[in-house]
Design a protein around this ligand. Structure first.
Ligand code: GLP
Length: 249
């Protein structure tokens, strides 16, 4: 794992956007794995600016998002479909047909899970997967549990995750109890992985991810086994790490 520590959220976001720029410049038809949550919003803003300044071209890029709430209509402003349109897709020249987000409204959700994994496979796999991290070290919506899920599946959300995400809803009751998410196995198959974290409330999850035992109780700890992971942090998220372990930017 390469660990880069940036001064603050803005620097972290710039660095992350530069990595996506390099990826898309070297391979214009890159397959990007994308994430939601507050963490990547700054990176998306930088990518939009780069697009407006004609530095990056998304016309051949394909995307796969990690997850979506279960049975939350796509036009609900808390759905991850809505989030991605609002924070990225509506502002860049991506071809709509190249956007993939799990369909939490699918009538047959089991079939949808299989369809999603097959589509990733057919596209030859994700070139770079962007990840945020939950306070309990979840990635996508892979919650701490007793075994690593390999494939896309429907997950029951932990109360702590629902509470954390309730800040975006009117009340906790409105936060869906389930989600559809790529499994840790599907995430792990990405050629490169870029994990982003900012703020003190992520420091313990980051410490456990990098130094803890590899266990499904700390879903992100599986990344220790991947051969191409870059972790980009701000100083607060890195606050429990030893400064000798990382490169400061
Ligand atoms: C959600 C998403 C994750 C995200 C996490 C952290 O649960 N499913 O992909 O990493 O939230 O979100 P935030 O970046 O807002 O802290």
């Amino acid at each position: 794992m390469r660990i880069l520590v940036c001064k603050n959220y803005d620097e972290m976001s710039k660095k992350a956007a530069q990595m996506i720029l390099s990826q898309v410049t070297l391979k214009p038809d890159s397959i990007l794995g994308l994430a939601t949550g507050s963490t990547p919003i700054g990176m998306y803003k930088n990518l939009i600016d780069m697009y407006k300044n004609r530095i990056i071209d998304f016309s051949e890029v394909k995307t796969f998002n990690l997850d979506e709430y279960y049975k939350l209509p796509v036009d609900n402003d808390q759905s991850y479909h809505y989030f991605m349109d609002d924070n990225l897709f509506n502002h860049i020249n991506i071809n709509r047909e190249n956007i993939n987000i799990p369909n939490g409204m699918a009538e047959n959700i089991e079939e949808e899970c299989i369809r999603y994994d097959e589509k990733i496979k057919k596209s030859n796999g994700i070139d770079i997967q962007v990840l945020g991290i939950g306070r309990n070290a979840h990635i996508g919506f892979n919650e701490p549990t007793v075994n690593f899920e390999k494939r896309t599946y429907v997950v029951e959300l932990q109360e702590s995750t629902r509470m954390a995400n309730s800040r975006f809803f009117n009340s906790l009751d409105e936060v869906p109890k389930k989600a559809i998410t790529m499994g840790t196995g599907s995430i792990f198959e990405s050629k490169k992985i870029m994990l982003l974290a900012s703020g003190k409330e992520k420091a313990k999850a980051i410490y456990d991810t990098i130094h803890g035992k590899i266990t499904p109780e700390v879903p992100a700890s599986i990344l220790q086994l991947h051969n191409d992971v870059v972790v980009i942090l701000d100083e607060e998220a890195a606050s429990l790490l030893d400064t000798k372990e990382y490169k400061s930017l």
